[in-house]
Design a protein around this ligand. Sequence first.
Ligand SMILES: [Mn+2]
Length: 336
Amino acid sequence: MIASVPLSHPLLEQIGQYIRRARRIAIVTHERPDADALGSSLGLAHALRRLGKEAAVFLFDPVPFGLDFLPGLDLVVADLPGPETDLVIAVDAGEPAQIGARMYDAILRLGVPLVVVDHHESNTGYGSVSAVFPQVASTAEVVLMLIQTLGIPVDRMVATCLLAGVVFDTRAFAIPDTSPETLRSAARLMESGGSLYEVMMAYRGQHPLRALRLWGEALTRMELRDGVAWTSISREMYRATGTAMEDTEGLANFILDAADVRISLVFRERPEGGMIRVSARSKPGFNLVPLARSFPTGGGHKMAVGFEVDPPLEDAIRSAIARLEELRRSGKLDDR
Ligand SMILES: [Mn+2]
């Protein structure tokens, strides 16, 4: 499949119209933001300010470990957007639930247009305009297209933020969705002053030692059947290693890199209890979205999804692996 990536697009032109008419713009993204979510949001905020707009990123979560190098973190406001807001842009969020009920309800109450810029295969098409490009490797690339559509010059701050989104979401240009246009976008961002080295250092240094200790515990519990590898993280493991749920980010990808693994799953208890969170990853040839969608809150990309299963941990593992095997047998996870 040739990924055709438009340099501009009618949907981005439409969003551009909304932006030109707006004065105070609130940017929101998914909870527990990753580098693409935060980098795309901040990069867009910087660009909109260059256009003379008031723009801020509204997000309750703390900045994740290792992303504090992103320029302009003071544009992140841990609050709901106020009544002066006249446009909301949701970035890298596939559905309202990912933005969080409290934030999304507040947006609906504002009664202003909500436009969406995203690349999730599972995007539900919410919002007044929904510019979703599943073939584009990162939302940061879509944001760059939008910024170019608006004719805003890309400065060093915009460039570094967006480069972070590109590098982290492509796993440093290593996923199949990495296209010539991904590399051209990265080159353009470097030419505009973005530091690939700084971003790469952050990418490689995204895990503190305590996370590796937690991974070590998880790796010893791993099971493998028919190319499907899974492991789990219990509340006790967080306690024993002094870690939090964010320290599990990257583990499913790490397991997937093993030569004899085709699909990886990591089941995690939350430190505070409640639903079991599952991250699943696959090598090319699978589409995991039907698996994720078969659970109430699931979504993501073909080869990278997240979903939630009822506790306890052991039952969650049993039911999700059974579901996966059933879907795989019936060909519903085949990517053609
Ligand atoms: Mn993304």
